[in-house]
Design a protein around this ligand. Structure first.
Ligand SMILES: [Zn+2]
Length: 131
């Protein structure tokens, strides 16, 4: 049976050993890979989500490989493009690139045409051509 004093000393030693071990462990250094772009979290447009996007947590953007939703081609959404999208264009932090450049342009034209057709349809309704 150990005395209280002995037990206390054991705990103290163990605690000291633990603390020393923690202090001696090298700090985790998160080195941004080449091509990474620093993220300025103050410029971001937050949506309804409470989650912190990975690039904010990390502090920088990295190139993201993805497949175009429309034509299936392999693309890279570069770190610089992401910074522009989130911080300059103020795109929602939950949005990601889904289309390659040419499909994005086609999609924009398709949407513009749909809007025009819709507007023209409304105008016809508002001004019926029958007397
Ligand atoms: Zn495409």
């Amino acid at each position: 049976m150990k005395s209280g004093k002995q037990r206390k000393l054991e705990i103290k030693t163990a605690r000291l050993r633990r603390t020393t071990r923690i202090q001696h462990r090298p700090l985790p250094v998160d080195v941004p890979p080449p091509g990474a772009v620093f993220c300025d979290a103050t410029r971001l447009a937050y949506g309804s989500s409470y989650g912190v996007p990975a690039f904010v947590d990390r502090g920088y953007y990295v190139d993201i490989a993805f497949r175009c939703r429309d034509c299936g081609v392999e693309c890279v959404w570069t770190a610089a493009q992401q910074k522009w999208w989130y911080e300059v264009a103020r795109g929602n932090v939950e949005t990601r690139a889904v289309r390659c450049r040419s499909c994005r342009i086609k999609e924009r034209e398709r949407q513009a045409l749909a809007r025009r057709v819709h507007q023209e349809g409304l105008q016809k309704k508002q001004a019926p051509d029958h007397p």
